[in-house]
Design a protein around this ligand. Structure first.
Ligand SMILES: NC(=O)c1ccc[n+]([C@@H]2O[C@H](COP(=O)([O-])OP(=O)(O)OC[C@H]3O[C@@H](n4cnc5c(N)ncnc54)[C@H](OP(=O)(O)O)[C@@H]3O)[C@@H](O)[C@H]2O)c1
Length: 293
């Protein structure tokens, strides 16, 4: 089966192309060069008017739309670009493909407001920043289409296969190794899942023909604060935690508003498909395994 992964140069996309290519015929696309991409790769800007070239090259049966502008501050400062890349691109993908091409849209906890703890699929979305609003709009396009889709709301952590990129986990690890003090929020909770565990769940859905127009929360089973996550991660890697300090999100007034409660309830997904999503310990273990690899 042919799968097109957008955002293949990004953290999740690069892991998706690597792991899914063991079973499927995978094509990847991203906005920048990615010379070491392990599958056929096309550099393509999703703000383009025509997606013809991308679709006729990859001829997908399934599209995993993982590309997004993920920097909340950048999205707040450039709302039109954020809506275009994160949401309108879904419409362009639908317009450029036949009706039987399935779309898996990687969405986010950020469609929910701060006051909701362990948000369920049926809870009403109410994003608090442009990034969350752009993802809500992407979901809206799919929900109001005839297309078979899966909207996956998630909270991912992991390492970048693409060595020109660096994210949250690399920042915690590399700063601590260099004895640089960092602050991690002790008042923000989330339910992290590793990108490798999420890739396994997407493989399960595709293989079992379960892309059937549902909104699914696929995240970790357990809540923790960003601070607890960082400490657990460093301890598991035997790196000193001396340079990690507690910080509070309320003291970051310059930032785009980000929810203090980013937790997702995953029990619906687990029950529906008989899957056991990872505990915090398992999520940390996945990072540890891949860090040493
Ligand atoms: N990371 C998180 O904490 C988190 C949490 C919840 C949900 N998500 C969602 O998970 C998905 C993957 O996130 P991630 O952390 O892997 O993101 P990422 O590392 O920031 O990667 C984003 C990807 O989108 C591509 N992209 C951005 N603008 C583009 C454009 N104009 N045209 C084509 N491609 C473009 C980037 O291409 P280049 O890098 O080549 O420019 C990159 O491949 C996203 O949809 C995100 O919203 C992420």
């Amino acid at each position: 089966m042919r799968i097109l992964v957008t955002g293949a140069s990004g953290m999740l996309g690069a892991t998706l192309v690597k792991s899914l290519s063991k079973k499927f015929d995978v094509y990847g696309t991203g906005n920048s060069e990615y010379k070491d991409c392990p599958v056929a790769y096309m550099q393509f800007d999703l703000s383009s008017d025509s997606f013809e070239e991308l679709i006729s090259w990859s001829k997908p049966k399934v599209i995993i739309h993982s590309a997004a502008l993920t920097n909340g501050n950048y999205c707040n400062d450039n709302p039109l670009e954020a809506y275009n890349i994160n949401a309108v691109s879904i419409r362009k993908l639908m317009n450029a493909t036949d009706g039987d091409v399935e779309i898996i849209y990687i969405s986010t906890d950020a469609v929910f407001p701060s006051k909701l703890n362990l948000a369920k699929e049926k809870d009403i979305v109410c994003p608090e920043n442009v990034y969350g609003k752009s993802k809500e709009l992407g979901e809206f396009f799919l929900l109001n289409s005839e297309r078979k889709f899966s909207i996956i709301r998630t909270t991912i952590v992991g390492l970048n296969e693409n060595t020109s990129k660096s994210g949250f986990v690399e920042w915690i690890v590399n700063s601590s190794i260099k004895n640089e003090t960092i602050g991690l929020f002790d008042d923000v909770i989330f339910t992290p899942i590793s990108i490798w565990d999420l890739a396994m769940e997407l493989e399960f859905l595709i293989e079992n023909n379960l892309v059937d127009s549902k909104v699914l929360h696929i995240a970790g089973q357990q809540c923790c604060t960003k601070y607890e996550f960082g400490i657990n991660l460093l301890e598991s890697l035997n790196i000193s935690t001396n340079y990690v300090k507690k910080a509070t999100i309320s003291s970051f007034t310059e930032r785009a508003k980000r929810c203090a409660d980013q937790s997702l309830n995953v029990s619906n997904y687990e029950k529906l498909f008989g899957r056991a999503l990872p505990t915090l310990e398992k999520t940390i273990q996945s990072i540890k395994d891949n860090y040493y690899e």
